[in-house]
Unconditional design. Structure first.
Length: 760
């Protein structure tokens, strides 16, 4: 049990706080403190103690102070615990704190339930026994991670001796073989043969040579004449060409010029009709003549192309490639190199034929109308070509026979799989290496580590099964307990039975909010605003109520609660008056099963509600008060006087606003109902005890009928009560956005002061 805060130094507002006077805690201790005077800091100090988290104190070191944080706290049985040099002198686990830190750690932060809240809530639900099991799972996970690192590092050395594609498990399972060296030698020989076979698949066979066929129409072209052209026309044209010394240029020149001579001479304009020479031109240079001359020209071009030096070079190249191919294939096939007798003379044979044929074509071109007989040179060249073609045909037949043998050899070699043999050889070598002393030690170590890891995984599974069974046992009970507290505090909503999951890491808990029989997912920070979630379905008062229900349900499950000190820091935040009264009741009920209750609040009225329910011997009121500009002290506090003074202070605030418009409008509205409640309670303390809200008072007056002394003003009080509800966030979720009209508020303040007889 907490007995006294002896000293707090250099922590937040407590620059140098020492115990003065009777500041001994009782079983029910109520501490008043204005906001910003140290309630949160005091809770952080106590949380740091029972969680043994020094950072909670160190992080709140007084700004600007050169000295280190210190604290000294006295507990029952003269247990004196101090915080010095960044650590607590002893642990003290029998404390539980409900404050903003509890809410933001376990329930929600801002208006969102995050992953951390779900995980922390899981630890809250499962209690000490479950936390111990979860801690064992985390411990095993850490051991497994360490073991994995050990296995990974060991396998890094082992992997250098393992062939590609083979796992460590297969490698370590390879048996020892006394005949391994002989097997490796045999497999290496098999691999060499297979590798040669693989090369055979890549190598081509022999190619065939091609010698072009000489055009059989060549002789017919040389013999071709044009009997339709008169001999006289030919004679006269040739004589005319000869007389002008035009020789070979004469015919082309005349052919082109004839196209310009229609009916008159293009030189002198003379009429050409009846001119015998012109008619001879026209007969001589007829369509048949021109076609014959073009045919002669075309044959000459074709012969130069088909029987060119390039053709001869291609044949010689084929012969060279085939000789190389035969040289490669002879070790594998019984083949001989095909022989071409004319090898080395192909270019000469084609050149001789090309020259003889062109000579004959020139003669034909000079006298197109005359038949040109083949000469000896042409006949011999053509015979040489025929002989060459026959030799090439025999050569190609020999190449085809060789290719048949080559194809058969490829098919035979294709059956051998060099890669499979290589893999088999690698396995044999790995099998030999596996049982060398160095690698045997690595394998034995890996096997042992794997066995230990498997044992850890099996133990983790057993512990998880125990945790799951425990969680299933307590989670339903915890959910029911939360809903019971929500109902007692008049929350207006409930939660579904919590569920748990291991997805995404450590175990976590989730639940849904049930409003109007509709289940709403909690959502998270990324949930769209147009989708119902925790963020937009619960008011600030609802969220505070839910957090308090979680805390009370946790205490209910705590087997050690009978020896614990329970700290409540402003537990009624954002609650309406009705819920606040229910909260008082639940705190009082909590005291029945706990060692000690400490409530910190900035509202004397709330503390007075608790004060009135506790026996005088068991209660104590203290105050966190300002000392100078920078220090806070813990001192005695007269709650009765403070409540009376608060009533007077609230009236003064309303009077100043009415007279000089002084004060924050929203704060002024919050003082109207307390003034009316205090007025009624002071007049009729028996009928209206401390804690009766204005709504309850109005209801009692109406129930008493017109004979009640306050009946004449009950309608005014009811209207004022309705007006104030609009601006209370516990009763109106949109209270913060409600516009406050100055003239309207002035009127309601005037009516309030008039009702209590304080209108200036």
């Amino acid at each position: 049990m907490l007995q006294k805060i002896i000293a707090i130094k250099n922590i937040g507002r407590f620059r140098n706080c020492a115990a003065v006077g009777d500041v001994t805690f009782r079983r029910f201790t109520l501490i008043f403190s204005e906001n910003g005077r140290g309630k949160t800091t005091l809770c952080a100090i106590l949380r740091s103690l029972f969680t043994q988290t020094p950072a909670l104190v160190i992080g709140r070191a007084t700004l600007g102070s050169p000295d280190a944080p210190e604290a000294q706290i006295l507990f029952a049985n003269n247990i004196n615990i101090s915080f010095r040099n960044g650590t607590w002198s002893a642990p003290y686990p029998d404390i539980a704190v409900f404050d903003g830190a509890y809410v933001s750690d376990n329930v929600f932060a801002g208006d969102v339930v995050g992953t951390a809240h779900r995980r922390n809530l899981y630890r809250v639900i499962i209690g000490a026994q479950g936390v111990a099991l979860a801690a064992r799972i985390n411990e095993i996970d850490a051991q497994i991670r360490t073991k994995n690192d050990e296995i990974r590092n060991g396998r890094a050395d082992l992997q250098r001796h393992i062939p590609a594609g083979m796992t460590v498990e297969i490698f370590t399972a390879l048996p020892e073989d006394a005949a391994i060296d002989e097997k490796i030698a045999a497999k290496e020989q098999e691999l060499k043969a297979a590798q040669r076979a693989a090369q055979l698949q890549q190598r081509a066979g022999l190619a065939t040579a091609t010698v072009p066929l000489f055009d059989p129409a060549f002789a017919a072209l040389l013999a071709k004449t044009l009997p339709n052209i008169a001999a006289d026309a030919e004679r006269r044209v040739l004589e005319h060409i000869g007389s002008h010394g035009m020789q070979a240029r004469g015919e082309p020149w005349l052919t082109e010029g004839l196209g310009y001579a229609a009916n008159s001479c293009p030189f002198c304009g003379r009429d050409l009709d009846g001119v015998a020479l012109i008619q001879a031109y026209r007969d001589f240079f007829s369509h048949e003549y021109l076609a014959l001359r073009d045919e002669v020209t075309k044959h000459g071009e074709d012969i130069d192309d088909v029987f060119s030096e390039r053709t001869a070079a291609m044949i010689e190249q084929t012969l060279l490639q085939n000789n190389n191919a035969v040289e490669f294939w002879q070790p594998y096939c019984q083949i001989a190199a095909p022989i071409l007798p004319e090898a080395g003379r192909v270019a000469d044979i084609l050149a001789a034929l090309r020259s003889a044929a062109q000579s004959l074509l020139q003669k034909k071109a000079a006298a197109p109308l005359e038949a040109v007989p083949p000469d000896d040179a042409y006949t011999q060249a053509l015979t040489a070509l025929d002989v060459l073609r026959a030799s090439v045909a025999a050569y190609n037949a020999a190449a085809a026979a060789a290719n048949s043998l080559i194809t058969a050899k490829k098919q035979e070699a294709r059956a051998a799989d060099a890669r499979a043999i290589e893999r088999a050889l690698a396995t044999l070598k790995a099998q030999k290496a596996r049982h060398t002393p160095e690698i045997r030690a690595l394998c034995d170590a890996d096997t042992a580590s794997q066995r230990e890891k498997t044992g850890l995984e099996q133990e983790k599974e057993r512990v998880r099964e125990q945790l799951d069974a425990h969680t299933q046992q307590v989670i339903t009970r915890y959910g029911n307990s939360i809903n019971q507290y929500l109902e007692r505090i008049n929350a207006g909503f409930r939660i579904t039975t919590p569920t748990h999951t291991y997805r995404g890491g450590p175990p976590s808990t989730s639940y849904q909010i049930v409003i109007n029989q509709q289940a709403v997912d909690l959502g998270d920070a990324d949930t769209p605003l147009d989708r119902p979630s925790f963020r937009n379905t619960l008011s600030a008062g609802d969220r505070s109520t839910l957090a308090l229900a979680f805390f009370l349900a946790e205490l209910e499950q705590d087997q050690a609660r009978a020896r614990k000190t329970i700290i409540f820091d402003d537990p009624f935040t954002s609650l309406d008056a009705f819920r606040r009264n229910h909260t008082v009741h639940q705190i009082f009920k909590c005291a029945e099963s706990c060692m000690q209750i400490v409530v910190l609040s900035h509202d004397p009225g709330f503390l007075k509600l608790l004060w009135d329910r506790v026996q005088p011997a068991a209660r104590k009121t203290l105050q966190l008060g300002r000392v100078g500009e920078e220090n806070t002290a813990i001192a005695e506090w007269d709650i009765e006087k403070a409540v009376r003074a608060q009533y007077r202070t609230q009236i003064d605030s309303l009077q100043r606003y009415f007279s000089s418009n002084e004060g924050d409008r929203r704060d002024i509205i919050q003082k109207i109902r307390p003034v009316l409640e205090g007025y009624c309670c002071n007049l009729y303390p028996v009928q209206f005890p401390e804690g009766d809200t204005l709504g309850v008072i109005v209801g009692k007056i109406r129930a008493a009928g017109p004979g009640h002394p306050l009946a004449p003003i009950v309608d005014h009080m009811d209207e004022l009560n309705i007006y104030c509800r609009r601006y209370h966030h516990g009763e109106n979720p949109n209270a913060a956005m409600e516009v406050i009209e100055d003239a309207e508020l002035q009127g309601y303040v005037k009516r309030t002061l008039g009702l209590v007889g304080c209108l200036p």
